[in-house]
Design a protein around this ligand. Structure first.
Ligand code: MLC
Ligand code: AMP
Length: 492
Protein backbone atom coordinates (compact mmCIF):
# COMPACT_ATOMS: atom_id res chain seq x y z
CA UNK A 1 0.00 0.00 0.00
CA UNK A 2 1.63 3.23 -1.13
CA UNK A 3 -0.80 5.74 0.22
CA UNK A 4 -0.30 9.37 0.93
CA UNK A 5 2.43 10.46 -1.52
CA UNK A 6 0.95 11.59 -4.81
CA UNK A 7 2.78 10.29 -7.86
CA UNK A 8 0.81 11.98 -10.68
CA UNK A 9 3.22 14.86 -11.28
CA UNK A 10 6.72 13.94 -10.09
CA UNK A 11 8.18 17.33 -11.08
CA UNK A 12 5.75 19.31 -9.01
CA UNK A 13 6.97 20.94 -5.79
CA UNK A 14 5.70 18.98 -2.81
CA UNK A 15 7.52 20.79 -0.05
CA UNK A 16 9.03 24.20 0.53
CA UNK A 17 11.43 24.45 3.47
CA UNK A 18 13.03 27.86 3.86
CA UNK A 19 14.79 28.63 0.57
CA UNK A 20 14.72 24.98 -0.52
CA UNK A 21 12.07 23.29 -2.62
CA UNK A 22 11.59 19.54 -3.01
CA UNK A 23 9.67 17.87 -5.81
CA UNK A 24 7.51 14.78 -5.38
CA UNK A 25 10.10 12.75 -7.32
CA UNK A 26 12.94 13.95 -5.08
CA UNK A 27 11.04 13.12 -1.89
CA UNK A 28 9.98 9.74 -3.27
CA UNK A 29 13.55 8.74 -3.97
CA UNK A 30 14.71 10.00 -0.54
CA UNK A 31 11.96 7.96 1.14
CA UNK A 32 13.07 4.84 -0.72
CA UNK A 33 16.70 5.44 0.27
CA UNK A 34 15.71 5.95 3.90
CA UNK A 35 13.42 2.89 3.95
CA UNK A 36 16.25 0.80 2.51
CA UNK A 37 18.64 2.25 5.09
CA UNK A 38 16.47 1.43 8.11
CA UNK A 39 15.77 -2.03 6.71
CA UNK A 40 19.53 -2.64 6.71
CA UNK A 41 19.25 -5.87 4.76
CA UNK A 42 15.95 -7.05 6.30
CA UNK A 43 12.92 -7.63 4.08
CA UNK A 44 10.35 -5.99 6.38
CA UNK A 45 10.53 -4.10 9.69
CA UNK A 46 7.49 -6.13 10.74
CA UNK A 47 5.94 -3.37 12.81
CA UNK A 48 9.12 -2.45 14.69
CA UNK A 49 8.54 0.89 16.40
CA UNK A 50 10.69 3.72 15.09
CA UNK A 51 10.31 7.04 16.92
CA UNK A 52 11.36 10.34 15.45
CA UNK A 53 11.82 13.86 16.76
CA UNK A 54 12.05 16.09 13.72
CA UNK A 55 10.48 19.49 13.00
CA UNK A 56 8.37 20.04 9.86
CA UNK A 57 10.45 19.63 6.72
CA UNK A 58 11.82 17.14 4.23
CA UNK A 59 13.48 15.01 6.92
CA UNK A 60 10.18 14.61 8.75
CA UNK A 61 8.39 13.46 5.58
CA UNK A 62 11.29 11.14 4.77
CA UNK A 63 11.20 9.54 8.21
CA UNK A 64 7.41 9.18 8.37
CA UNK A 65 7.02 7.66 4.92
CA UNK A 66 10.29 5.79 5.09
CA UNK A 67 9.26 3.94 8.25
CA UNK A 68 5.90 3.17 6.64
CA UNK A 69 7.50 1.86 3.44
CA UNK A 70 9.87 -0.34 5.42
CA UNK A 71 6.94 -1.93 7.28
CA UNK A 72 7.60 -0.21 10.61
CA UNK A 73 5.32 1.70 12.96
CA UNK A 74 6.09 5.43 12.88
CA UNK A 75 6.02 7.26 16.22
CA UNK A 76 6.32 11.03 15.83
CA UNK A 77 7.30 12.61 19.15
CA UNK A 78 7.24 16.18 20.44
CA UNK A 79 10.65 17.71 19.76
CA UNK A 80 10.24 19.94 22.83
CA UNK A 81 9.02 17.41 25.42
CA UNK A 82 10.66 16.79 28.79
CA UNK A 83 13.00 13.80 29.08
CA UNK A 84 10.64 11.82 31.36
CA UNK A 85 7.86 12.27 28.77
CA UNK A 86 10.11 10.91 25.99
CA UNK A 87 11.11 8.04 28.25
CA UNK A 88 7.48 7.04 28.80
CA UNK A 89 6.82 6.99 25.02
CA UNK A 90 10.00 5.09 24.16
CA UNK A 91 9.59 2.43 26.82
CA UNK A 92 5.82 1.93 26.69
CA UNK A 93 5.91 1.48 22.90
CA UNK A 94 9.06 -0.69 22.92
CA UNK A 95 10.83 1.63 20.49
CA UNK A 96 13.79 -0.04 18.76
CA UNK A 97 15.25 2.95 16.93
CA UNK A 98 15.14 6.76 17.29
CA UNK A 99 15.67 9.27 14.49
CA UNK A 100 16.31 12.88 15.52
CA UNK A 101 17.30 16.07 13.75
CA UNK A 102 20.74 17.52 14.46
CA UNK A 103 19.31 20.00 17.02
CA UNK A 104 17.29 17.50 19.08
CA UNK A 105 19.90 14.74 18.91
CA UNK A 106 21.97 16.19 21.76
CA UNK A 107 18.93 16.43 24.08
CA UNK A 108 17.81 12.82 23.70
CA UNK A 109 21.10 11.04 23.06
CA UNK A 110 21.75 10.43 26.78
CA UNK A 111 18.30 8.92 27.32
CA UNK A 112 18.67 6.65 24.30
CA UNK A 113 22.08 5.56 25.59
CA UNK A 114 20.58 4.71 28.99
CA UNK A 115 17.74 2.76 27.31
CA UNK A 116 20.14 1.12 24.79
CA UNK A 117 18.12 2.43 21.82
CA UNK A 118 20.17 3.24 18.69
CA UNK A 119 19.80 6.85 17.57
CA UNK A 120 20.76 8.67 14.39
CA UNK A 121 19.67 11.29 11.90
CA UNK A 122 17.78 10.80 8.63
CA UNK A 123 20.99 11.39 6.68
CA UNK A 124 22.71 8.60 8.64
CA UNK A 125 20.07 6.15 7.32
CA UNK A 126 20.00 7.09 3.63
CA UNK A 127 21.14 3.98 1.71
CA UNK A 128 23.20 4.41 -1.47
CA UNK A 129 21.11 1.87 -3.31
CA UNK A 130 17.44 1.04 -2.95
CA UNK A 131 16.44 -2.44 -1.80
CA UNK A 132 13.06 -4.13 -2.45
CA UNK A 133 10.42 -2.77 -0.07
CA UNK A 134 7.66 -4.87 1.49
CA UNK A 135 4.08 -4.89 0.21
CA UNK A 136 1.84 -3.70 3.03
CA UNK A 137 -1.79 -4.56 3.63
CA UNK A 138 -4.22 -1.89 4.88
CA UNK A 139 -4.62 -3.78 8.16
CA UNK A 140 -0.96 -3.34 9.07
CA UNK A 141 -0.20 -1.01 11.99
CA UNK A 142 1.31 2.24 10.68
CA UNK A 143 1.53 4.88 13.39
CA UNK A 144 1.36 5.50 17.13
CA UNK A 145 0.35 8.98 18.30
CA UNK A 146 0.56 9.57 22.04
CA UNK A 147 -2.53 11.19 23.44
CA UNK A 148 -3.42 12.33 26.94
CA UNK A 149 -6.66 11.28 28.49
CA UNK A 150 -8.24 10.44 31.76
CA UNK A 151 -5.27 8.27 32.75
CA UNK A 152 -2.18 9.94 34.17
CA UNK A 153 0.23 8.85 31.42
CA UNK A 154 -0.41 9.41 27.70
CA UNK A 155 -1.57 6.35 25.74
CA UNK A 156 -0.25 5.36 22.32
CA UNK A 157 -3.14 5.36 19.81
CA UNK A 158 -2.33 2.91 17.00
CA UNK A 159 -3.70 3.54 13.50
CA UNK A 160 -3.34 1.17 10.57
CA UNK A 161 -2.45 2.11 7.00
CA UNK A 162 -6.14 1.62 6.19
CA UNK A 163 -7.23 3.98 8.99
CA UNK A 164 -4.83 6.67 7.81
CA UNK A 165 -5.96 6.34 4.19
CA UNK A 166 -9.60 6.62 5.29
CA UNK A 167 -8.85 9.68 7.46
CA UNK A 168 -7.21 11.40 4.51
CA UNK A 169 -9.79 10.39 1.90
CA UNK A 170 -12.75 11.71 3.85
CA UNK A 171 -11.14 15.16 4.07
CA UNK A 172 -9.97 15.16 0.45
CA UNK A 173 -13.61 14.61 -0.57
CA UNK A 174 -15.28 16.91 1.96
CA UNK A 175 -12.96 19.90 1.56
CA UNK A 176 -12.24 19.40 -2.13
CA UNK A 177 -8.45 19.26 -1.83
CA UNK A 178 -6.73 19.79 -5.19
CA UNK A 179 -3.34 19.67 -6.80
CA UNK A 180 -2.94 23.43 -7.02
CA UNK A 181 -3.50 23.93 -3.29
CA UNK A 182 -0.73 25.52 -1.24
CA UNK A 183 -0.84 25.32 2.57
CA UNK A 184 1.43 26.49 5.40
CA UNK A 185 2.36 23.88 8.02
CA UNK A 186 3.26 25.34 11.40
CA UNK A 187 1.31 22.95 13.65
CA UNK A 188 3.24 20.43 15.73
CA UNK A 189 3.84 17.16 13.90
CA UNK A 190 3.17 14.77 16.79
CA UNK A 191 -0.62 15.23 16.52
CA UNK A 192 -3.17 14.38 13.85
CA UNK A 193 -4.13 17.97 13.01
CA UNK A 194 -0.68 18.62 11.57
CA UNK A 195 0.12 15.06 10.44
CA UNK A 196 -3.15 14.09 8.75
CA UNK A 197 -5.25 17.19 8.04
CA UNK A 198 -2.41 19.35 6.75
CA UNK A 199 0.62 17.32 5.71
CA UNK A 200 -0.91 14.02 4.60
CA UNK A 201 -3.94 15.49 2.83
CA UNK A 202 -1.72 17.90 0.92
CA UNK A 203 0.76 15.21 -0.15
CA UNK A 204 -2.06 12.85 -1.14
CA UNK A 205 -3.68 15.59 -3.26
CA UNK A 206 -0.42 16.51 -4.98
CA UNK A 207 -0.48 19.98 -3.39
CA UNK A 208 2.40 22.05 -1.99
CA UNK A 209 3.24 22.36 1.71
CA UNK A 210 5.28 25.23 3.14
CA UNK A 211 6.91 23.67 6.19
CA UNK A 212 7.75 26.00 9.06
CA UNK A 213 9.61 24.75 12.13
CA UNK A 214 7.31 26.82 14.37
CA UNK A 215 4.62 29.47 14.31
CA UNK A 216 6.25 32.78 13.35
CA UNK A 217 3.39 35.23 12.90
CA UNK A 218 5.24 38.06 11.07
CA UNK A 219 6.89 35.63 8.62
CA UNK A 220 3.65 33.74 8.07
CA UNK A 221 1.66 36.95 7.54
CA UNK A 222 4.20 38.23 5.00
CA UNK A 223 3.60 35.09 2.94
CA UNK A 224 -0.16 35.41 3.35
CA UNK A 225 0.02 39.00 2.10
CA UNK A 226 1.97 37.72 -0.93
CA UNK A 227 -0.95 35.38 -1.76
CA UNK A 228 1.22 32.29 -1.28
CA UNK A 229 -1.51 30.07 0.17
CA UNK A 230 -4.91 28.78 -0.90
CA UNK A 231 -5.78 26.81 2.25
CA UNK A 232 -5.11 27.60 5.93
CA UNK A 233 -5.67 25.30 8.91
CA UNK A 234 -5.14 26.20 12.55
CA UNK A 235 -6.39 25.81 16.10
CA UNK A 236 -8.60 28.62 17.53
CA UNK A 237 -5.68 29.92 19.65
CA UNK A 238 -3.78 30.71 16.44
CA UNK A 239 -6.72 32.69 15.05
CA UNK A 240 -6.83 34.65 18.35
CA UNK A 241 -3.07 35.27 18.10
CA UNK A 242 -3.47 36.35 14.46
CA UNK A 243 -6.31 38.75 15.33
CA UNK A 244 -4.21 40.27 18.13
CA UNK A 245 -1.17 40.48 15.83
CA UNK A 246 -3.14 42.15 13.00
CA UNK A 247 -4.41 44.75 15.43
CA UNK A 248 -0.84 45.85 16.22
CA UNK A 249 -0.02 46.60 12.56
CA UNK A 250 -0.40 49.84 10.62
CA UNK A 251 -3.51 49.90 8.47
CA UNK A 252 -1.99 49.25 5.04
CA UNK A 253 -0.03 46.21 6.18
CA UNK A 254 -3.01 44.81 8.04
CA UNK A 255 -5.20 45.23 4.96
CA UNK A 256 -2.70 43.43 2.72
CA UNK A 257 -2.60 40.46 5.11
CA UNK A 258 -6.40 40.37 5.49
CA UNK A 259 -6.68 40.46 1.71
CA UNK A 260 -4.31 37.46 1.53
CA UNK A 261 -6.62 35.49 3.83
CA UNK A 262 -9.68 36.72 1.90
CA UNK A 263 -8.19 35.38 -1.34
CA UNK A 264 -7.81 31.82 0.01
CA UNK A 265 -10.38 29.18 -0.83
CA UNK A 266 -10.59 27.77 2.71
CA UNK A 267 -9.75 28.65 6.34
CA UNK A 268 -10.34 25.78 8.79
CA UNK A 269 -10.48 25.82 12.61
CA UNK A 270 -10.41 22.76 14.82
CA UNK A 271 -8.89 20.76 17.72
CA UNK A 272 -10.81 22.90 20.21
CA UNK A 273 -14.02 24.91 20.29
CA UNK A 274 -13.87 28.05 18.16
CA UNK A 275 -15.64 30.79 20.14
CA UNK A 276 -18.39 32.58 18.19
CA UNK A 277 -16.58 35.91 18.77
CA UNK A 278 -13.46 34.54 17.05
CA UNK A 279 -15.54 33.33 14.07
CA UNK A 280 -17.13 36.78 13.81
CA UNK A 281 -13.93 38.78 14.28
CA UNK A 282 -12.21 36.65 11.62
CA UNK A 283 -15.15 37.13 9.24
CA UNK A 284 -15.13 40.90 9.84
CA UNK A 285 -11.37 41.14 9.26
CA UNK A 286 -10.93 38.79 6.32
CA UNK A 287 -14.36 37.98 4.94
CA UNK A 288 -13.60 34.28 5.55
CA UNK A 289 -16.27 32.14 7.18
CA UNK A 290 -14.14 29.76 9.24
CA UNK A 291 -14.95 26.12 8.56
CA UNK A 292 -15.05 24.50 12.00
CA UNK A 293 -14.70 20.74 12.26
CA UNK A 294 -14.45 18.20 15.08
CA UNK A 295 -12.04 15.30 15.44
CA UNK A 296 -9.85 13.30 17.78
CA UNK A 297 -6.56 11.40 17.63
CA UNK A 298 -8.39 8.07 17.83
CA UNK A 299 -10.89 8.80 15.05
CA UNK A 300 -9.41 11.38 12.71
CA UNK A 301 -12.10 13.89 11.73
CA UNK A 302 -15.78 13.04 12.19
CA UNK A 303 -17.90 16.19 11.91
CA UNK A 304 -17.45 19.23 9.72
CA UNK A 305 -19.26 22.31 8.59
CA UNK A 306 -19.79 22.14 4.83
CA UNK A 307 -17.25 23.30 2.28
CA UNK A 308 -20.18 24.50 0.18
CA UNK A 309 -23.12 25.65 2.24
CA UNK A 310 -23.82 27.43 5.48
CA UNK A 311 -21.08 27.38 8.13
CA UNK A 312 -22.68 28.01 11.50
CA UNK A 313 -20.58 29.70 14.20
CA UNK A 314 -20.49 27.63 17.40
CA UNK A 315 -21.36 24.42 15.52
CA UNK A 316 -19.19 21.64 14.11
CA UNK A 317 -21.52 20.79 11.26
CA UNK A 318 -22.50 17.41 9.92
CA UNK A 319 -21.09 13.89 9.67
CA UNK A 320 -18.15 13.49 7.24
CA UNK A 321 -18.27 10.98 4.34
CA UNK A 322 -17.91 7.30 5.41
CA UNK A 323 -18.21 8.16 9.11
CA UNK A 324 -21.14 7.01 11.28
CA UNK A 325 -21.98 9.06 14.38
CA UNK A 326 -24.49 8.41 17.14
CA UNK A 327 -25.27 10.25 20.35
CA UNK A 328 -25.85 8.14 23.45
CA UNK A 329 -27.54 9.51 26.57
CA UNK A 330 -26.55 8.87 30.19
CA UNK A 331 -28.82 5.80 30.40
CA UNK A 332 -27.12 4.26 27.36
CA UNK A 333 -30.03 5.00 25.00
CA UNK A 334 -29.44 6.22 21.45
CA UNK A 335 -30.58 9.83 21.12
CA UNK A 336 -33.19 10.08 18.40
CA UNK A 337 -34.36 13.67 18.80
CA UNK A 338 -32.75 16.97 18.02
CA UNK A 339 -32.02 19.06 21.11
CA UNK A 340 -31.23 16.08 23.38
CA UNK A 341 -27.58 15.83 24.39
CA UNK A 342 -25.54 12.64 24.29
CA UNK A 343 -22.00 11.33 24.11
CA UNK A 344 -20.55 11.27 20.58
CA UNK A 345 -19.79 7.70 19.48
CA UNK A 346 -18.13 6.82 16.19
CA UNK A 347 -17.96 3.85 13.86
CA UNK A 348 -15.85 4.30 10.75
CA UNK A 349 -12.82 2.97 8.85
CA UNK A 350 -11.05 6.04 10.27
CA UNK A 351 -11.28 4.73 13.85
CA UNK A 352 -7.97 3.58 15.37
CA UNK A 353 -7.12 -0.04 16.10
CA UNK A 354 -6.01 -0.01 19.75
CA UNK A 355 -4.02 1.65 22.47
CA UNK A 356 -0.57 0.12 22.22
CA UNK A 357 -0.06 -2.60 24.80
CA UNK A 358 -3.21 -1.62 26.69
CA UNK A 359 -6.04 -4.00 25.81
CA UNK A 360 -7.97 -2.92 28.89
CA UNK A 361 -8.05 0.75 27.89
CA UNK A 362 -8.89 -0.20 24.29
CA UNK A 363 -11.82 -2.33 25.40
CA UNK A 364 -13.06 0.33 27.79
CA UNK A 365 -13.14 2.92 25.00
CA UNK A 366 -15.58 0.95 22.80
CA UNK A 367 -19.24 0.07 23.39
CA UNK A 368 -20.91 -2.35 20.98
CA UNK A 369 -18.26 -1.61 18.38
CA UNK A 370 -18.63 2.17 18.67
CA UNK A 371 -15.73 4.35 19.88
CA UNK A 372 -16.79 6.47 22.87
CA UNK A 373 -15.26 9.92 22.52
CA UNK A 374 -16.22 11.31 25.94
CA UNK A 375 -17.44 14.48 24.20
CA UNK A 376 -21.04 15.56 24.72
CA UNK A 377 -22.96 17.08 21.81
CA UNK A 378 -26.42 18.00 20.69
CA UNK A 379 -27.95 18.33 17.21
CA UNK A 380 -29.77 21.59 16.49
CA UNK A 381 -31.28 22.32 13.07
CA UNK A 382 -29.21 19.52 11.55
CA UNK A 383 -25.88 20.70 12.97
CA UNK A 384 -23.87 19.23 15.82
CA UNK A 385 -22.86 21.50 18.69
CA UNK A 386 -20.20 20.33 21.18
CA UNK A 387 -21.38 21.00 24.72
CA UNK A 388 -18.36 19.79 26.67
CA UNK A 389 -16.62 16.67 27.91
CA UNK A 390 -17.70 13.98 30.30
CA UNK A 391 -14.39 14.27 32.22
CA UNK A 392 -13.18 17.31 34.19
CA UNK A 393 -9.71 15.82 34.07
CA UNK A 394 -9.15 16.65 30.41
CA UNK A 395 -7.98 20.16 29.54
CA UNK A 396 -7.70 21.55 26.00
CA UNK A 397 -5.10 24.30 25.97
CA UNK A 398 -4.18 25.88 22.64
CA UNK A 399 -5.37 22.70 20.90
CA UNK A 400 -3.26 20.36 23.07
CA UNK A 401 -5.18 17.79 25.08
CA UNK A 402 -3.74 17.67 28.58
CA UNK A 403 -4.40 15.29 31.44
CA UNK A 404 -5.00 17.02 34.78
CA UNK A 405 -3.94 13.78 36.49
CA UNK A 406 -0.59 13.70 34.68
CA UNK A 407 0.17 17.27 35.77
CA UNK A 408 -1.04 16.60 39.34
CA UNK A 409 1.23 13.54 39.60
CA UNK A 410 4.24 15.61 38.54
CA UNK A 411 3.40 18.46 40.93
CA UNK A 412 2.98 16.06 43.86
CA UNK A 413 6.72 15.38 43.65
CA UNK A 414 7.33 19.01 44.70
CA UNK A 415 8.74 18.85 48.24
CA UNK A 416 6.40 21.58 49.54
CA UNK A 417 3.16 20.28 48.01
CA UNK A 418 0.87 18.15 50.20
CA UNK A 419 -2.21 18.12 47.94
CA UNK A 420 -2.86 19.37 44.46
CA UNK A 421 -5.71 19.62 41.98
CA UNK A 422 -5.36 20.84 38.41
CA UNK A 423 -8.26 22.34 36.47
CA UNK A 424 -8.76 24.08 33.13
CA UNK A 425 -10.08 27.63 33.38
CA UNK A 426 -11.61 29.68 30.57
CA UNK A 427 -9.00 31.75 28.77
CA UNK A 428 -9.37 33.97 25.69
CA UNK A 429 -6.09 32.89 24.08
CA UNK A 430 -5.70 29.28 25.16
CA UNK A 431 -9.38 28.26 25.29
CA UNK A 432 -8.60 26.66 28.62
CA UNK A 433 -5.56 27.47 30.73
CA UNK A 434 -3.93 25.07 33.19
CA UNK A 435 -4.52 26.21 36.78
CA UNK A 436 -3.28 24.51 39.97
CA UNK A 437 -4.72 24.63 43.47
CA UNK A 438 -2.28 23.41 46.10
CA UNK A 439 -2.24 22.79 49.83
CA UNK A 440 1.28 23.06 51.24
CA UNK A 441 3.18 21.04 53.80
CA UNK A 442 4.09 23.25 56.78
CA UNK A 443 3.77 27.06 56.90
CA UNK A 444 5.71 28.11 53.80
CA UNK A 445 4.33 29.97 50.81
CA UNK A 446 4.56 29.36 47.08
CA UNK A 447 4.42 31.76 44.16
CA UNK A 448 3.48 30.89 40.59
CA UNK A 449 7.01 31.83 39.56
CA UNK A 450 8.49 29.32 42.05
CA UNK A 451 6.21 26.57 40.82
CA UNK A 452 6.86 27.25 37.14
CA UNK A 453 10.61 27.35 37.78
CA UNK A 454 10.44 23.97 39.53
CA UNK A 455 8.47 22.48 36.58
CA UNK A 456 11.14 23.47 34.08
CA UNK A 457 12.47 20.33 32.37
CA UNK A 458 9.97 18.09 34.20
CA UNK A 459 6.94 18.81 31.97
CA UNK A 460 6.48 20.07 28.42
CA UNK A 461 6.23 23.84 28.88
CA UNK A 462 2.62 24.02 27.62
CA UNK A 463 1.51 21.76 30.51
CA UNK A 464 3.01 24.01 33.20
CA UNK A 465 0.32 25.83 35.28
CA UNK A 466 -0.40 29.40 34.23
CA UNK A 467 -2.23 30.17 37.47
CA UNK A 468 -1.85 29.08 41.09
CA UNK A 469 -3.92 29.31 44.25
CA UNK A 470 -2.68 28.16 47.64
CA UNK A 471 -5.39 26.87 50.00
CA UNK A 472 -5.43 25.30 53.47
CA UNK A 473 -6.98 22.04 52.21
CA UNK A 474 -8.67 20.88 49.03
CA UNK A 475 -12.48 20.53 49.13
CA UNK A 476 -13.38 16.82 49.05
CA UNK A 477 -16.68 14.94 48.86
CA UNK A 478 -17.76 12.10 51.15
CA UNK A 479 -15.76 9.65 49.00
CA UNK A 480 -12.62 11.75 49.54
CA UNK A 481 -12.56 12.88 45.91
CA UNK A 482 -11.62 16.51 45.20
CA UNK A 483 -14.66 18.53 44.11
CA UNK A 484 -13.04 20.11 41.06
CA UNK A 485 -15.96 22.28 39.87
CA UNK A 486 -15.80 24.15 43.18
CA UNK A 487 -12.18 25.15 42.46
CA UNK A 488 -12.81 27.10 39.27
CA UNK A 489 -14.41 30.11 41.06
CA UNK A 490 -11.10 30.58 42.93
CA UNK A 491 -9.68 31.92 39.67
CA UNK A 492 -12.50 34.33 38.80
C1 MLC B 1 2.63 27.26 23.83
N1 MLC B 1 2.47 27.62 25.13
C2 MLC B 1 1.32 27.11 25.56
C3 MLC B 1 0.77 26.41 24.47
N2 MLC B 1 1.60 26.52 23.40
N3 MLC B 1 0.71 27.17 26.74
C4 MLC B 1 -0.45 26.54 26.87
N4 MLC B 1 -1.04 25.84 25.86
C5 MLC B 1 -0.44 25.76 24.66
N5 MLC B 1 -1.02 25.07 23.66
C6 MLC B 1 3.36 28.43 25.96
C7 MLC B 1 4.75 27.85 25.99
O1 MLC B 1 4.83 26.90 26.99
C8 MLC B 1 5.57 29.07 26.26
O2 MLC B 1 5.52 29.36 27.63
C9 MLC B 1 4.83 30.18 25.53
O3 MLC B 1 3.48 29.71 25.37
C10 MLC B 1 5.42 30.47 24.17
O4 MLC B 1 5.64 29.21 23.49
P1 MLC B 1 5.63 29.11 21.92
O5 MLC B 1 5.90 27.70 21.56
O6 MLC B 1 6.50 30.19 21.36
O7 MLC B 1 4.12 29.47 21.63
P2 MLC B 1 3.40 29.51 20.27
O8 MLC B 1 4.32 29.20 19.15
O9 MLC B 1 2.63 30.78 20.20
O10 MLC B 1 2.41 28.25 20.42
C11 MLC B 1 1.07 28.36 20.46
C12 MLC B 1 0.48 27.36 19.46
C13 MLC B 1 0.82 25.93 19.91
C14 MLC B 1 -1.02 27.59 19.48
C15 MLC B 1 1.03 27.60 18.07
O11 MLC B 1 0.32 25.70 21.22
C16 MLC B 1 0.27 24.92 18.96
O12 MLC B 1 0.86 24.65 17.92
N6 MLC B 1 -0.89 24.33 19.28
C17 MLC B 1 -1.55 23.34 18.41
C18 MLC B 1 -1.59 21.99 19.07
C19 MLC B 1 -2.20 20.97 18.10
O13 MLC B 1 -1.78 20.81 16.97
N7 MLC B 1 -3.19 20.26 18.56
C20 MLC B 1 -3.90 19.27 17.76
C21 MLC B 1 -4.08 17.99 18.53
S1 MLC B 1 -4.93 16.82 17.51
P3 MLC B 1 6.79 29.92 28.43
O14 MLC B 1 6.31 30.00 29.81
O15 MLC B 1 7.87 28.92 28.19
O16 MLC B 1 7.07 31.25 27.81
C22 MLC B 1 -6.55 17.10 17.87
C23 MLC B 1 -7.57 16.41 17.02
C24 MLC B 1 -8.23 17.44 16.18
O17 MLC B 1 -6.87 17.88 18.68
O18 MLC B 1 -9.46 17.57 16.22
O19 MLC B 1 -7.49 18.16 15.50
P1 AMP C 1 -6.96 15.02 20.82
O1 AMP C 1 -7.18 13.91 21.77
O2 AMP C 1 -5.76 15.84 21.09
O3 AMP C 1 -7.01 14.49 19.47
O4 AMP C 1 -8.17 15.99 21.00
C1 AMP C 1 -9.46 15.63 20.63
C2 AMP C 1 -10.44 16.44 21.40
O5 AMP C 1 -10.41 17.81 20.98
C3 AMP C 1 -11.87 16.02 21.17
O6 AMP C 1 -12.20 14.90 21.94
C4 AMP C 1 -12.63 17.28 21.57
O7 AMP C 1 -12.77 17.34 22.97
C5 AMP C 1 -11.69 18.39 21.14
N1 AMP C 1 -12.10 19.01 19.87
C6 AMP C 1 -11.62 18.80 18.64
N2 AMP C 1 -12.24 19.61 17.74
C7 AMP C 1 -13.15 20.33 18.45
C8 AMP C 1 -14.09 21.35 18.11
N3 AMP C 1 -14.21 21.82 16.88
N4 AMP C 1 -14.87 21.84 19.09
C9 AMP C 1 -14.75 21.41 20.37
N5 AMP C 1 -13.86 20.47 20.74
C10 AMP C 1 -13.06 19.95 19.80
Amino acid sequence: MNHVLNSDRPDKVALVEGDNTFTYAHIESRIEQFASGVLAGRRDLEEARVAFLIPAGVDYVTALHGVWRAGGIAIPLNVAAAESEWEHCLTSAGVTQVIADAQTLGSIEGLCGRLSIPIGTVSDSLADSVSPLPVLSPTRRAMIVFTSGTTSKPKGAVTTHGNIAAQIETLITAWEWREDDVIPLFLPLHHVHGIINVLSCALWAGATVHAMPKLDLPALCAQVAADTFSVFMAVPTIYVKLIDHLETLEEGEMERICEGFANMRLNVSGSAACPVEVFEEWRDLTGQMLLERYGMTEIGMALSNPYRGERRPGYVGQVLPDVAVRLVDEEGGIVTEEGTPGEIRIQSPTVFLEYWGNAEATEASFAEGWFCTGDIAVIEDGSYRIMGRSSVDIIKSGGYKLSALEIENKLLAHPQIAEVAVVGIADRTWGEAVAAVVALKGDGDMTLKDLRGWCDGKLSSYKVPKQLRVVGALPRNAMGKVVKPSLKPLFE
